[in-house]
Design a protein around this ligand. Structure first.
Ligand SMILES: NC(=O)c1ccc[n+]([C@@H]2O[C@H](COP(=O)([O-])OP(=O)(O)OC[C@H]3O[C@@H](n4cnc5c(N)ncnc54)[C@H](OP(=O)(O)O)[C@@H]3O)[C@@H](O)[C@H]2O)c1
Length: 307
């Protein structure tokens, strides 16, 4: 069952503590009364983004531990984050309140073999892996609360959005703890697991669509004669400004677009070209293809498709 925890983002982690304590689950009361300790297994792009986000949100380096696979990554990750980084994934996972799994979907089976014996039902496992169903983790980690989440890279600037869902052993308090950790780097939304492939295609992959748009706009701006630095400034600030306006105005994208499109004007001329060129259909196909890829990753992780 999915529980909506809309207040997590608005109260922040500090505000969450009394709320969690008030709910008073005996099993995890230690998590309620302190910052949960977090192990991040697979400190690559997303793992590092979450780790540094937790530091910005008030976690101390001692509250966190990272695990990497290659020896040369140990020093690199420690230098970049200041967080102890281990090659021994099981040692990193053992005894932490929350274990975040941030390896690629194909690496999940090996990782689970490494940590299955040390993870206990008192811990919460949060998987960020695209496509991999909760059932894959539950099979190896019997009775352990498992949360499946899909963040995105704007988390690097605390502007991420993460959808999450708890498995059957996840009570309200465990879900709120997971949401507090994920909410340290942006907005969160609880959704059912059957929607996670669509989430992966929309917001997990979404920043790349916006970056492609920015790239294409910048190239076109340069072809229209603008100097490179001016083209970049104009495009980047337009993307940021339009995004902020969309979020803060409370108006729909459709309405905001209508407000800048007068009949016979410049925006109308551009919109006509985009519509004629099949922009919407292309976006629909792109998102559908990403969602299908997420389903395939899940099927491979379940062993239903060859690796
Ligand atoms: N990047 C995104 O935009 C995004 C968004 C949402 C969700 N995700 C999910 O987040 C997860 C990580 O993605 P990513 O982009 O951060 O990938 P990444 O940069 O490749 O990071 C994964 C890291 O895990 C390490 N690793 C693999 N197996 C390991 C093991 N057994 N023990 C310790 N470390 C191990 C890898 O080591 P090596 O360096 O040796 O390969 C790599 O550094 C994926 O499941 C992805 O679906 C990513």
């Amino acid at each position: 069952m999915t529980t909506q925890v809309p207040w997590v983002r608005s109260v922040g982690w500090q505000g969450l503590l009394p709320a969690l304590g008030a709910q008073g689950s005996q099993g995890r009361s230690n998590i309620a009364s302190m910052r949960p300790t977090v192990a991040i297994l697979g400190a690559g792009a997303m793992g590092e983004i979450l780790a540094t986000g937790l530091l910005r949100a008030g976690w101390q380096t001692d509250d966190l531990v990272l695990a990497v696979r290659r020896p040369e990554r140990v020093k690199e990750a420690e230098m970049r984050t200041g967080i102890t980084t281990l090659l021994d994934t099981a040692a990193a996972a053992a005894g932490r309140d929350v274990v975040v799994i941030s390896v690629k979907p194909k690496d999940i089976p090996t990782l689970l073999e490494q940590v299955a014996d040390v993870i206990t039902t008192d811990q919460i496992v949060v998987s960020l892996a695209a496509g991999v169903p909760i059932a894959v983790f539950a099979e190896q980690l019997e009775g352990v609360p498992i949360v499946r989440a899909m963040p995105n890279t704007p988390a690097a600037v605390d502007e991420g959005v993460t959808a999450y869902v708890g498995g059957e052993n996840v009570d309200e308090q465990a879900l709120a703890t997971a949401a507090a950790i994920l909410g340290a780097v942006g907005e969160t939304i609880a959704l059912s697991e059957d929607l996670m492939d669509a989430v992966t295609a929309v917001s997990g992959t979404g920043p790349a669509y916006v970056f492609l748009l920015a790239e294409a706009m910048t190239e076109a701006a340069i072809r229209e004669g603008l100097p490179h630095h001016a083209a970049e400034l104009l495009v980047h600030q337009t993307v940021r400004g339009a995004g902020t306006l969309l979020v803060e105005s409370g108006k729909s994208a459709f309405r905001l677009r209508g407000e800048v499109t007068s009949p016979g004007g410049t925006t109308a001329a551009a919109m006509h070209v985009l519509d004629e060129g099949g922009f919407r259909a292309l976006m629909e196909d792109a998102i559908h293809s990403a969602a299908q890829r997420s389903r395939d990753l899940g099927a491979r992780a379940r062993g239903d498709l060859p690796a």
